[in-house]
Design a binder for this molecule. Structure first.
Ligand SMILES: *Cc1c(COP(=O)(O)O)cnc(C)c1O
Length: 372
């Protein structure tokens, strides 16, 4: 017990020294873009609820009705009686949206990657991943036991060279990338990656966590599309879209699906409502990117490609200071530090939503200019 606490205290002290300590701060999300945090009302640029669907009346109503009708929890894993009828409806909507034969819903985006990747590749196989893919793809790659190689961010030549030099030493090969990179906001050339992969019999799997609902075409060409229901869809859960056979295999072999309880019916009902809105409302879908592009233009920086736009600061300590200045001016813009991003690239990460107005953007840009 004593060594345990000593270990924890020493590890924490080390993190603090590097300005990498993290703590949970209670944040109440209000209507629109307002949050209440550290005793203040702030305009938030931190939400991945890009379309505001977490508060959409139809989404809330769907969840309320399912909650009343089916109760709070699923009661079992999907394979052992937790296979609620709403799952099939959600999965058919997702596969329709992504133009695949089938889809499979998991407990979260993290659990989707953690289940799917080790079900597809193992110790004799090769994973080639973009240098900047999300931690859960890397965790899944490690769990799979496959050899993991990384290519420089969005660098097709490097990816090509790895395929050329190493593909033949392994049985199966999968290439992993995000569509919209979560901390950089830039977009992968998925179609070109897919064309390259075909020449080497490699499969392409994309993480579309920040593309869903914002960039409908970003997944085109991928063999396997995973994503989350917790960002633009405004609820919770994750999914994989692929061919029928692949989805059938995942139903048996994805351990995070097999050994974890099904999602609450209300969550699935909410996701059905929000995915339906995403599918129908193209005007709504276009707003987050427009807002991001407006911000990048008034900041006179390179044009935003998605709803995510980082302002790179450099050292973690400075990024925190700028974030604190913005908070004092009434804006919540989180400082993102290593290990979430590479060393010396600490940044402010702006996420733009359909609820932001041009006034919000003008105001935060003015406050930011004062502190850069
Ligand atoms: C948020 C995120 C995930 C995880 O999704 P959750 O549903 O929150 O577990 C996976 N990949 C990327 C790129 C993400 O940004």
């Amino acid at each position: 017990m004593e060594t345990l606490n000593t270990f924890a205290a020493e590890s924490l002290a080390l993190l603090e020294k590097k300005h990498l300590g993290r703590s949970l701060i209670t944040t109440e999300r209000h209507e629109g873009v307002m949050v209440y945090r550290n005793g203040k009302s702030l305009i938030s640029f931190s939400s991945n609820d890009y379309l505001g669907l977490s508060r959409h009346p139809q989404v809330i109503m769907a969840a309320q009705m399912a909650l009343t009708r089916y109760g709070a929890g699923a009661g079992a894993s999907r394979l052992a009686g937790g296979e609620h009828p709403l799952y099939a409806e959600l999965e058919s909507l997702l596969s329709e949206l992504k133009h695949t034969e089938a889809a499979l819903v998991f407990g979260s985006g993290y659990l989707s990657n953690l289940g799917a990747i080790p079900a597809l590749v193992g110790p004799h196989d090769l994973i080639i991943a973009d240098k900047l893919v999300h931690a859960c793809m890397i965790d899944a790659a490690k769990l799979s036991g496959a050899t993991l190689m990384r290519y420089a961010h969005n660098n097709l030549e490097h990816c090509h060279a790895l395929l050329e030099d190493h593909r033949n030493d392994y049985q199966r090969c999968i290439i992993l990338t995000e569509t919209v990179f979560s901390m950089d906001g830039d977009v992968a050339p998925v179609k070109s990656i897919a064309a390259l992969a075909r020449r080497y019999d490699a499969w392409v799997m994309v993480d579309d966590a920040h593309g869903l609902g914002v960039l409908p075409d970003a997944t085109e060409g991928a063999d396997i599309i995973m994503g989350t229901l917790s960002k633009a869809a405004g609820t919770y859960g994750g999914y994989v879209c692929a061919s029928k056979k692949v989805i059938q295999l995942l139903q048996s072999n994805a351990r995070s699906l097999v050994f974890s309880t099904a999602l609450p019916p209300a969550t699935i009902a909410a996701a059905i409502a929000s995915i339906s809105i995403i599918q129908k409302d193209s005007e709504l879908r276009e707003i987050p990117l427009k807002r991001a592009q407006y911000f990048s233009s008034i900041m006179k920086k390179s044009a935003a490609q998605s709803a995510v736009y980082p302002v790179i600061i450099g050292e973690a300590e400075r990024a925190i200071a700028v974030s604190q200045h913005l908070e004092a001016s009434g804006f919540y813009v989180p400082a993102i530090r290593p290990p979430t991003v590479p060393p010396a690239t600490a940044r402010l990460r702006f996420a733009f939503t359909a609820q932001h107005t041009e006034d919000h953007l003008n105001d935060v840009a003015a406050a930011l200019r004062g502190h850069l």
